[in-house]
Design a protein around this ligand. Structure first.
Ligand SMILES: Nc1ncnc2c1ncn2[C@@H]1O[C@H](COP(=O)(O)OP(=O)(O)OP(=O)(O)O)[C@@H](O)[C@H]1O
Ligand SMILES: [Mg+2]
Length: 144
């Protein structure tokens, strides 16, 4: 599915996104620097009403948020792999724990960990259209 996302209507994007992906857990956000990965992930986390302030994990590498779903506390992991290089650094940072946790996991710069991207990943490709619009392509995994 390809949609046009306006910075002035991120809410509509979040609603369409969550109804499309349903209970998928692993999301890889592709796109050049400054294209809007963090911005889109932020609105998606806000829709889940996470307790914490959402920020870019550029320096922390992994941010952890929490929200309530049917009275159960759930986690969201938000990863930014930009600063990591090579399998060893990916492992050291604890990336595997996140992607195999069964919790929602948003990954910026997934190109850094091709060997870890399991087949049930939802891939999101973002491109700049103009200063306030992005083209967002959402690729669902093939059902097994
Ligand atoms: N429709 C849109 N969707 C998302 N971001 C938009 C849109 N229109 C404009 N923007 C702007 O584009 C910028 C995107 O920055 P953001 O930090 O989200 O990018 P990023 O892809 O996470 O970058 P990085 O690779 O450095 O992590 C923000 O300043 C945001 O306001
Ligand atoms: Mg970012």
């Amino acid at each position: 599915m390809i949609i046009t996302v306006s910075i002035n209507n991120l809410d509509a994007f979040a609603n369409s996104f969550w109804s499309l992906v349903k209970d998928a857990k692993l999301f890889a956000f592709h796109g050049e620097m400054g294209v809007g990965k963090t911005t889109l992930i932020t609105i998606l986390c806000k829709k889940k009403e996470v307790k914490e302030t959402i920020s870019s994990p550029t320096y922390s590498i992994i941010n952890e948020y929490s929200f309530y779903e049917n009275n159960n506390e759930r986690k969201i992991y938000h990863l930014d792999l930009y600063r990591l290089n090579g399998t060893e650094e990916i492992i050291q940072a604890g990336v595997e724990d996140c992607i195999y946790s069964g919790d929602i996991c948003f990954i910026e710069w997934p190109e850094k960990m091709p060997e870890f991207l399991i087949e049930n990943t939802v891939h999101v490709f973002i491109k700049i259209m103009d200063t306030t619009h992005r083209q967002v392509k959402i690729e669902m995994p093939i059902p097994s």
